[in-house]
Ligand binder design. Sequence first.
Ligand code: C5P
Length: 222
Amino acid sequence: FLPQVMAGKKVVITAGPTQEAIDPVRYISNHSSGKMGYALAHAAQLLGAQVVLISGPCALKTPLGITKIAVKSAQQMLQAAERYSPNCDVFIACAAVADYKVSQVADQKIKKHQHQVSLQLERNPDVLATIAQQIEKPFCVGFAAETQDVAHYAKDKMQRKNLDMIVANDVSQQNIGFNSEENAVTVFWHNGEQNFPTMHKLQLAIQLIQLVAKHYEYKKSQ
Ligand code: C5P
C-alpha cells in the first residue's frame, strides 16, 4: 500500500527516444530504452495520479491504467504534449528527444548511387521548454544526462528551461542510467537538492514522484 499523494492529479510524462525520418525506410534515433519514463508513469499511477504517457518507439509494456500516446518524431511528441498538458498538474519530460531532425525527408527510398551523401539537419523543437513557457504552466520536471559538472549543468538547464525541478544523472558512470534496470540521481530545485543512491528504476520513480508531490503542494500553497 502506498499513500495516495497524487490522488486527483493529472500527470503527463514523455518517455523513450524519438525517431527522425530520413526517408520512408530509415531514421535517426538514440539508445534510450524508455525504462525510466515508464517507471515514472507506473509510479505516478500507483500513487494515485491520472497519467498520460507520451512515448517514442520502445518495446516496453504500458503499465495498466495508463493512457499511452505513441509518437515517433519530436514534432509529434510536441503536438501530443501541447494537446495533453493544458489542465495537467505535473509535466515530466523524461524522453531522449533527438536534438536534430532531417531538414528534407525524402519521399522515396534514397538510392546508393553516390559515393558520399550529406544530410542536412536542423534543430528540433524543445518539448519541455515549450510547455514550461506556457502562462499557466504545470509543475515542470526535466532530466539532465551529464558526463561532467553535473550539478552546474543541471542547474543551468533548470533555469534556462524555466523548470521547477531537474533530475540529473551522471551518464559517465556505468551500470546505471541508459538501458539499465537501475539508476542513481541527484534532484535539484530552486533552493535545494537531494541525492538518490543506486536503486531499481521503479523504486527510484516512486521516491521521485513523492518528492514531486511534496514540492507541487508547496508551490501551490505559495
Ligand atoms: O537540453 P537537454 O536535451 O539536455 O535537456 C534534457 C531535458 O529536456 C529532458 O527533460 C528532455 O526530455 C527535455 N527535452 C525536450 N525536448 C528536446 C530536448 C530535450 O523535451 N528537444
